[in-house]
Ligand binder design. Structure first.
Ligand SMILES: Nc1nc2c(ncn2[C@@H]2O[C@H](COP(=O)(O)OP(=O)(O)OP(=O)(O)O)[C@@H](O)[C@H]2O)c(=O)[nH]1
Ligand SMILES: [Zn+2]
Length: 390
């Protein structure tokens, strides 16, 4: 299912304008620049937004002066929960952000923002008690979109925001040389990238033990990092469901041979098993760190060394325990003409997600490897808390 876009630019034949806009905004955010997020409804205020991660006192001052109002901090419900701001039971949607406002006893300065946005022992530090900040639930689309932009930028999911002092926010943004993006565009970014995937490369790459392998690359609509499909043999030629593995990128495990996880063994083991079966497909999905990115995964590892398990570490950072979506996988399978799979996985969420996207999973094929001593507690957590079937 691909969405067609019309573009007035002769260079824009393949471009998805919404994805391009979000991508440019993400670029500015990663540069430490503010952007404007506009609401669909003109009754709501637009926000001028900066990343909380790495914010400087100068940037915070400049934001306040630009907007003519005191900035506030948006953190996710998850982060608010681990800071003890809200009890676990009272968070209706953990992905809804919470707004923290500066109060007379607790100025929202750059140092406070760093402590509130990043996990650590903020409650131990003088002057940084999170409950000194008045807060309210922030579930307006512009507020959720501001946090979504941080996730798309692979930064900590926390944003410093102030209301745009104009009823014409896009014009105000242009007059201040800022990029702007619609809240709906930002919230639909990941699915839009998946819908706009294009195959951009295909080559025969004989692998050790799987010589009849083709490697195909699928580029998302914003020109970002490609997902890769390894097509081994002639999958589906016999009319049978295709032996399939969805593997999420793990730089540390796949490439460096990290012993903290089982990814490297699972990757090579899947290729071996598919070759042995005669044919199948492995999708190598650009979803490092269960979708939070490599840098945030390294932060999660640091937290795990402090005693948190792999799920709690994600939540300490403000993320859900798993931020992946499987629409890209379903889209690639559809492009390959595969609608029925025997899925090699221990993760029931992958079975449910593929079914939701119209892929028939005829069988789950267990995909278990011996754990190193460093990976034992990681795999134990998956089994006891994520419902993994080992
Ligand atoms: N955030 C986070 N990601 C991790 C951690 N350890 C491994 N990962 C990432 O988790 C993903 C592993 O994905 P998969 O191989 O699909 O594993 P899975 O979801 O357990 O599913 P199956 O292996 O199919 O059972 C990779 O993107 C890794 O980078 C961790 O401690 N924290
Ligand atoms: Zn791994």
């Amino acid at each position: 299912m691909s969405r067609s876009h019309t573009s007035p630019s002769p260079f824009g034949r393949h471009a998805a304008p919404d994805a391009r806009t979000v991508n440019r905004v993400v670029g500015d955010i990663r540069h430490g620049l503010p952007v404007v997020v506009t609401p669909a409804s003109p009754e709501q205020a637009a926000l001028v937004v900066l990343a909380a991660e790495g914010i400087t006192p100068q940037a915070l001052d400049a934001l306040g002066r630009l907007a003519g109002a005191a900035p506030r901090l948006l953190v996710t419900g998850r982060r608010a929960m681990v800071m003890g701001l809200i009890p676990p039971s009272s968070a209706p949607d953990h992905n809804s952000p919470l707004a923290l406002l500066a109060g007379p006893e607790a100025p929202l300065d750059a140092a406070a923002i760093a402590r509130l946005a990043a996990p650590g022992s903020e409650a131990d530090r003088p002057g940084a008690q999170p409950d000194a900040f008045p807060w309210r639930t922030a579930d307006k689309p512009v507020e959720r979109a501001a946090v979504q932009v941080m996730k798309a930028a692979r930064l900590l999911p926390a944003a410093v925001v102030a209301e745009v002092p104009s009823a014409a926010p896009a014009e105000w943004a242009a007059a201040n040389s800022l990029l702007s993006v619609g809240a709906d565009q930002a919230l639909d970014y990941e699915p839009a990238l998946a819908r706009g995937l294009r195959q951009v490369g295909a080559a025969r790459v004989p692998l050790k033990g799987a010589e009849e392998t083709r490697v195909l690359a699928f580029r998302p609509a914003d020109g970002g990092i490609e997902h890769i499909a390894l097509v081994i043999g002639q999958p589906g030629a016999d009319g049978q469901p295709v032996l399939t593995r969805l593997h999420s990128e793990c730089f540390t495990g796949d490439l460096l041979g990290s012993l903290r996880c089982d990814c490297g063994d699972q990757l090579r083991g899947a290729i071996e098993a598919i070759a042995e079966a005669g044919s199948g497909v492995l999708l190598y999905l650009a979803q490092e760190g269960r979708g939070i990115g490599l840098v945030n995964k390294l932060r999660a590892y640091e937290l795990q060394d402090m005693g948190y398990d792999t799920l709690d570490a994600n939540e300490q950072l403000g993320f859900d325990d798993d931020e992946r979506i499987y629409l890209p996988a379903a889209e690639i399978l559809a492009r390959l003409g595969i609608s029925r799979v025997r899925l090699m996985t221990n993760n029931p969420a992958k079975l449910r997600a593929l079914a939701r996207h119209g892929v028939e999973v005829t069988e789950r094929v267990p995909h278990v490897f011996e754990a190193s001593c460093h990976a034992r507690s990681y795999l134990h957590t998956k089994a006891t808390r994520s419902g993994h079937l080992f």
